[in-house]
Design a binder for this molecule. Structure first.
Ligand code: 5AD
Ligand code: SF4
Length: 499
């Protein structure tokens, strides 16, 4: 959701006449789109602001804006802690960024503007997309759940659903623009439609995506096991462009912990969904989120989590150490787990999950997979001459292509290829060798056109956490690069890093 919002922030600024600063150049405006879901996000913001202070001091015309969840939470505290910040805006009013930057310049005073309720659906704002071939489409914002560890509802508000017609119109426009893949976004996609009085709306939305000509891949994130109904599984299985992939957060495998988390499903229900998904979509790659060290988690509770991890055979998991968030019920709970114990459990979980992911990935060897080539998903691709992309089930694939397609520039990001998996590693597949097919796509054409124009859009397409630095049109800037909004496709991992 943050990547989606960052694309809107970049689009808004571009519409207001700003242009991206060249890589390595000093930007006149730096925007941080922040996350508050775990504590390390807080620390990172203030660390980054501190790093920027000397640059700002030497360049008083430069502006720094901070938006997103942490801004919604900390509000003017950001200015107290970093008085060199010019603009603070929240999750409900990101469309105000250009006006606030201008007002801060005009008044020569910091502007803090936080709204209590959503003013404009971010999806309706202009976007500067990081990728030609893949796009995020939000179907809802906010969340009506009350998971006791989670700060999201207090910062993003209650769930607001977009009308299906608006969602589909956006998907159609993206496909007309060359996108092959869309990911439908919501904090809880399974409750989509309830506020519209239509509980079957999500399954219908998936089926409707199936009718969009040219749309090759549909994904969604995230479902909630409590609300996950079989009509969604049927829609997934029966709609050919819905990818065989499910990211469904488990959080804990212990019923007692789930109860204290106020996650009102139990392990049996979770495993039942997994089983039905596998029955209906045998090759589905299922991934999850797990929190370790929730208050009161005993060794027995943790063993239950390991059991579910073994039984569910996840293709990957985002694993997190519990991080108390101010104002959430869990932050007030007794039974804090000793950090050394949390670390030790975290390591055990990560190594079990790695083992499982590795086994699942090794089982792919010999399979012919369709890969949507992307840019920036293989950090060393340019050194090693490899291509990278995602299989239909979401798995990351690296390839060292041999034969006629090996020549640089023949296969472009956005093109669709088929290759045979030669090796399974814990976090990716390898498919070295000749390609079985190569389809040039309009997304690939767009990437190539952007590259030959020397345009930043193409060269940044899909770049992982590549800095997105914007400066006002016409300004000249030079110097060292600055941290700013980063745009990119999240990758699956089992590390504690913030997403
Ligand atoms: N501590 C640790 N992890 C958390 N998550 C959300 N809140 C917290 C917290 N307080 C994790 C959950 C969620 C993912 C996005 O972040 O696993 O699914
Ligand atoms: Fe947070 Fe729970 Fe809502 Fe997810 S479903 S955003 S974890 S409150």
């Amino acid at each position: 959701m943050n990547v989606h919002d960052s694309e809107r922030l970049a689009g808004l600024l571009e519409s207001a006449g700003y242009v991206p600063a060249a890589q390595g150049a000093d930007a006149d405006v730096v925007v941080f789109n922040t996350c508050a879901v775990r504590e390390n996000a807080d620390n990172r913001l203030y660390g980054n602001l501190g790093h920027l202070y000397p640059t700002k001091k030497n360049n008083p015309g430069m502006q720094i804006a901070v938006g997103g969840c942490l801004a919604q939470k900390d509000r003017s505290v950001i200015i107290d802690r970093a008085p060199w910040v010019d603009v603070v805006f929240g999750t409900h009013n990101l469309h105000r960024l250009p006006v606030l930057l201008e007002r801060a310049r005009h008044n020569a005073a910091a502007q803090v503007e936080i709204a209590e309720a959503l003013e404009v659906f971010p999806s309706s704002l202009p976007a500067r997309r990081a990728s030609h071939h893949s796009a995020w489409v939000s179907i809802s914002v906010g969340c009506d759940n009350t998971c006791t560890f989670c700060i999201v509802p207090s910062l993003r508000g209650g769930e607001r659903d977009r009308r299906p017609g608006d969602v589909l119109a956006e998907v159609e426009a993206l496909v007309a623009d060359g996108a092959l893949e869309i990911t439908l976004l919501g904090q809880n996609v399974n409750s989509y439609g309830r506020s519209l009085g239509d509980p079957g709306a999500f399954a219908r939305l998936l089926r409707a995506c199936g009718n969009i000509e040219g749309l090759e891949r549909v994904r969604f994130t995230s479902p909630h096991p409590r609300d996950f109904t079989d009509d969604v599984i049927e829609a997934m299985a029966q709609t050919p462009n819905v990818c065989p992939q499910l990211h469904m957060p488990l959080q804990s495998g212990s019923d007692a912990v789930l109860r204290r988390m106020r996650r009102s499903y139990r392990r049996e229900r979770f495993l039942g969904i997994v089983e039905r998904v596998r029955e209906a979509i045998p090759r589905a790659a299922i991934t999850t989120d797990i929190i370790v060290g929730f208050p009161g988690e005993t060794e027995e509770d943790f063993a239950d989590t390991l059991d579910v991890v073994r039984a569910a055979r996840f293709a990957g998991a985002f694993t997190f150490k519990y991080s108390p968030r101010p104002g959430t019920p869990a932050a007030e709970m007794d039974g804090a787990v000793d950090p050394a114990v949390v670390s030790e459990r975290y390591e055990r979980l990560a190594s079990l999950q790695d083992e499982m992911s590795w086994a699942e990935n090794r089982a792919q060897v010999g399979r012919r997979v369709e890969i949507l080539v992307s840019e920036g998903e293989g950090r060393k691709d340019s050194e090693t001459g490899r291509l990278s992309g995602r299989a239909r089930d979401g798995r990351l694939v690296h390839l060292l292509v041999t034969g006629p397609h090996a020549q640089d520039g023949v296969v472009r990001p956005g093109d669709v290829i088929e290759a045979v998996v030669t090796r399974g590693a814990p976090h990716h597949l390898t498919a070295d060798g000749p390609l079985h097919s190569h389809r040039r796509t309009t997304a690939g054409d767009a990437w190539e056109a952007a590259r030959s124009r020397g345009s930043e859009a193409g060269s940044e397409a899909g770049s992982e956490a590549g800095p997105e630095v914007l400066s006002p049109a016409g300004s000249m800037s030079a110097g060292s690069g600055q941290p700013a909004v980063s745009l990119g496709m999240p990758t699956l991992r089992t590390g504690p890093a913030a997403r």
